[in-house]
Design a protein around this ligand. Sequence first.
Ligand code: PLP
Length: 391
Amino acid sequence: MPKFAPPPQRLSHIAPAVVQSEIRAMSVECDRVGGVNLAQGICDTELPAVVEQGAIEAIRSGRNIYTRLDGVAPLREAIAAKLARHNGIKADPETEILVTNGATGALYTALLALLNPGDEVVVFEPFYGYHVSTILSLRMVPVVVPLHAPDWSLDADALRAAVTDRTRAILINTPSNPTGKVFTRKELESVAQLAQDRDLFVLTDEIYEYFLYDGAEHVSMATLPGMRERTITISGLSKTFSVTGWRVGYLTAPADIVPAIGYFHDLVYICTPSPAQYGALAGMTQLADTAFYTDLAADHQRKRDELCDALADAGFHAPRPAGAYYVFADASHVPGDTAAQRARILLRETGVAAVAGSAFVREGRGETMLRFCFGKRNADLKRACDALRSM
Ligand code: PLP
């Protein structure tokens, strides 16, 4: 976890805390040596043809100007339909949905609109580094509650003990990066109870909601009794449609807070790129009643098994995740004093890039862990698996 340090001249107080992500650093190093990048969650699989076509047609038909700050109406309607059908969330497309610059822009602007500097936000560890860095960059305070291996279960008592008078929100990522943990309904209910007892917001990052394996169930916090009015549900198309560079995400929240989030989103991004909104719209409407989503999960489950088998053959302890597309593996047998060293040695020996586990936990932890991404093209994954086996 990034730490506050004395500000060097010319930089803000928090700039030293928000360093280049280890994930990006490994990608740069991987490119340099021509390796297979299982580090960044960029999911370079093919995007669906209808999504591509939707964006191309939008550009050609002149949809290249700013859109309404909360996104184009048909996309908000498609998102409302998806939320009702898939998540069980009823959302008014006119007042309760904001199309955002990815899930990243959704979280950033929601925090800007809802919380103040110094406010505490509970996050679960292992965490997605951007979550903690975003909280820090807004001068808020991440309060880390560890989940417990091997299944990364939640200790409801530890969570309750972490909440103070300054806590304003709990951030949940399910299915989670980096562990693939899928929060159970019971765990979410305990978070919901606490949020209601202590009058907290819950922000949920559900970007991997379609990446579920072995029958795991995705439960959206906003569907639990009493939670709709205090939950900001965040998701996006980056992962589902393999368009991480397009920057299309969305959030749904109560109508009385969406305008404030929309205002900050306008200020930072003006709008989500217009052609990308139309590409997302084409995908969301035309793929809704097809096998696309079940195929996506089945395909990634196969990739998960392929990678976990190769990692096990190469001596890693690599439990199979229930969701998302990462394996958080124990790499104690790879030489190195730190996870960053192990990642670099692995890259040098095998040409496979992974991310140091220390990027997802507080300082001093995770030094034996590496995160591998299996959201990759078949040929790249096979190359990586062959290389790992040859270790
Ligand atoms: N949330 C999580 C948990 C992620 O792992 C990622 C990407 O790796 C993102 C959000 C980024 O989403 P987006 O591209 O929609 O900003």
